[in-house]
Design a protein around this ligand. Structure first.
Ligand code: MF3
Ligand code: CO
Length: 255
């Protein structure tokens, strides 16, 4: 079932999204060589808790931390721990925030210190792929339009698209219908309607698209051990486009 959010729900989801953005900004300040992923997790937990909210991922299907931190060949769902971030790493941070019963979900990938030009391109093009996917969103468009645009852009830049994980609806649950794949055929799939809220989250690889799950039953990494990047926003579908719910607060003032 795909829910259509009321005005009231949209307001609450925007609040959850703003707090998500603010949590990302807080974590970002601490991303540098020498910090452990567990320290980032604690910073996020404390920040979210101090705003009368809770981390959506904590205990989600048994997930043991507040955020996901995935480094280099880790695609998503890296569990924070003792691992120390070092120069030359790319670090994906995925955050879910639940506020007044509504969730928001957003991810970013950071470059720490110096990386090769191809790794920089991977990160920059994954963020661009997200924005290109979002640009297809409006009432009447199809879910397949989003994935088709993302995969076309990725392939044009020599990147591959992870297919085992997909975007999703967001609302009173962090994962709702519909699935939002990062591949597909334009003009196919569910028709978008104003009031739907979806998370779009391309995971693009420098090498091949294949991934495996670690023995921890969470961390997903690339088979070929080449790096992977991940960007995600939770967005509202509108009559003529979309609104990013997990963006900066000041973006509301222009409307
Ligand atoms: N943020 C992930 C997503 O985008 C979900 C993480 S699930 C967790 O769908 F259990 F790892 F928290
Ligand atoms: Co998500």
């Amino acid at each position: 079932m795909i829910s259509i959010k009321s005005e009231r729900e949209i307001k609450l989801m925007r609040e959850a999204g703003i707090l998500n953005f603010m949590t990302h900004e807080e974590v970002k300040k601490h991303i540098k060589a020498g910090v452990t992923t567990k320290e980032l997790d604690t910073i996020a937990y404390n920040f979210i808790s101090s705003h009368n909210a809770r981390p959506s991922f904590l205990n989600y299907e048994g997930y043991p931390a507040s955020i996901c931190v995935s480094i280099n060949d880790e695609v998503v769902h890296g569990i924070p721990g003792d691992r120390v971030i070092k120069n030359g790493d790319i670090v994906s941070v995925d955050i879910g925030v639940e506020l007044h019963g509504y969730h928001s979900d957003a991810a970013r990938t950071y470059i720490v210190g110096e990386v090769s030009r191809e790794v920089r391109n991977l990160v920059e093009n994954t963020e661009k792929a997200l924005m290109i996917g979002l640009s297809k969103i409006k009432e009447g468009a199809k879910i397949g339009d989003i994935g088709a645009a993302i995969s076309e852009f990725a392939h044009k830049h020599g990147l591959s698209v992870v297919e085992e994980l997909v975007g999703h609806g967001v609302g009173t649950n962090v994962h709702e219908d519909p699935d939002v794949p990062n591949y597909g055929k334009a003009g196919t799939g569910v028709t978008l309607k104003a009031g739907m809220v979806i998370a779009v989250e391309p995971m693009l690889n420098l090498g091949e698209r294949y991934v495996y799950m670690h023995d921890d039953d969470w961390t997903i990494s690339t088979d070929d051990e080449l790096p992977s990047a991940h960007f995600e926003h939770t967005v509202l579908v509108t009559k003529d486009g979309y609104k990013i719910l997990t963006g900066d607060k000041t973006s509301d003032e222009k409307e």
